[in-house]
Design a protein around this ligand. Structure first.
Ligand code: SF4
Length: 357
């Protein structure tokens, strides 16, 4: 007799409609069952999105933030944070260096900083799209629908907006003044506007259980996201959650693996946060369903100030010069190759996988 986990993983009908109880069983798997889950996710990743790993170069262009999330070192009330904003030329220079090093996606990320109006961001997006053959992903938090539309019209291809937790009570407690419903409304707007949408959550937040993590995965499934990231929660000393226990590697990998088998065409990054709590974390994630790595190409003088969580890896290396060769090496050592296309969504259009490019 096989275990309950092996029975779930041998369903002839596949895994895209797994229910909450089955998801919880997979998330709580251990030993041989856990290894079975990982190898199943790896097989499904290879079958649906192939062996190539997509690189997305992140430029963290401002660490100012008007929000006060309990888990984040950039929160408004953290007076210990040294704040910075990059100029448009500095951002463009970092993007050029990334594009010249072969990156096909540039991610523009910041705290929620109203200094950068949607008009300013739209001009920047149009400039980068005009000058370089890159996809642009925006990650600048909550904006109005009209502001999202401006960025989309300027040429932005994708938008990252993590749902953080699908538990409505925890969401409002950890992100004061905001609601899960509001966040979901923004994600729906982004989809309606034609963005490829990325979301995701933290693993190991206080009070989180397998049950609430199953809700996270089911929400990503319902939103039909094009990308989802799972990073372990890492407590920051200058936040209200300083004394909490952080997330662990195993649960992060299991969440990634379950999400992969339920959303087979979605892009999943091997997150930097995972590499921060385990030196082999990103390599392990690449074996559990991940097919994206996000090298940080922010200039070093700013990189170390973008401290959402402490002890982040790779903050003393120049991204395009040092991080890229290092990450390429990690990918090749994992038996995978680096993609040379834009890495757009592979989700089927009218029953066929989208062409790459
Ligand atoms: S998680 Fe984002 S919105 Fe919240 S404080 Fe940090 S940077 Fe600001």
């Amino acid at each position: 007799m096989g275990s309950a986990v092996s029975k779930i993983l041998s369903r002839p009908e596949g895994f895209e409609d797994l229910g909450k109880e089955e998801i919880c069983r997979l998330l709580l798997s251990e030993g041989a069952d856990k290894e079975l889950l990982f190898s199943c996710a790896d097989r499904i990743r290879e079958h649906h999105v192939g062996n190539e790993v997509h690189l997305r170069g992140i430029i963290e262009f401002s660490n100012h933030c008007i929000k006060n999330c309990f888990y984040c070192g950039l929160r408004r009330d953290n007076d210990a944070a040294e704040r910075y904003r990059m100029t448009a030329d500095e951002i463009a220079d970092a993007a050029v260096a990334g594009a010249q090093a072969g990156l096909k996606t540039i991610v523009l990320q910041s705290g929620e900083d109203p200094f950068f109006t949607a008009d300013m961001l739209a001009r920047l997006i149009a400039r980068l799209k005009d000058e370089h053959d890159v996809a642009i992903t925006m990650s600048v938090g909550d904006r109005t629908r009209e502001e999202y539309a401006l960025m989309r019209d300027a040429g932005a291809d994708r938008y990252l907006l993590k749902h953080e937790t699908a538990d409505p009570e925890a969401f409002s407690r950890l992100r004061p003044g905001t609601t899960l419903d509001g966040r979901i409304r923004h994600l729906v707007w982004l989809k309606e506007l034609g963005f490829q949408v990325g979301s995701g959550c933290m693993i190991g937040l206080p009070g989180q259980t397998a049950d609430t993590l199953a809700d996270d995965i089911l929400l990503l499934k319902r939103l039909d996201v094009e990308m989802a990231g799972f990073g372990p929660f890492i407590p920051h000393g200058d936040t209200p959650l300083a004394s909490c226990t952080g997330g662990d590697v195993d649960m992060t990998l299991k969440t990634l693996a379950v999400a992969r088998i339920m959303l087979p065409f979605t892009h999943f990054p091997a997150t930097t946060a995972l590499g921060t709590i385990d030196p082999e974390g990103r390599q392990r994630a690449l074996k559990c369903g991940a097919n994206v790595v996000m090298p940080n190409i922010t200039p070093v003088r700013y990189k170390k100030l973008y401290e959402i969580y402490p002890n982040k890896i790779c903050i003393n290396e120049e991204g395009s010069i040092q991080c890229l060769p290092c990450i390429t090496g990690i990918i090749r050592q994992s038996g995978r190759s680096v993609a040379t296309d834009h890495g757009h969504s592979r989700k089927p259009v009218h029953g066929k996988a989208r062409p790459q490019g």
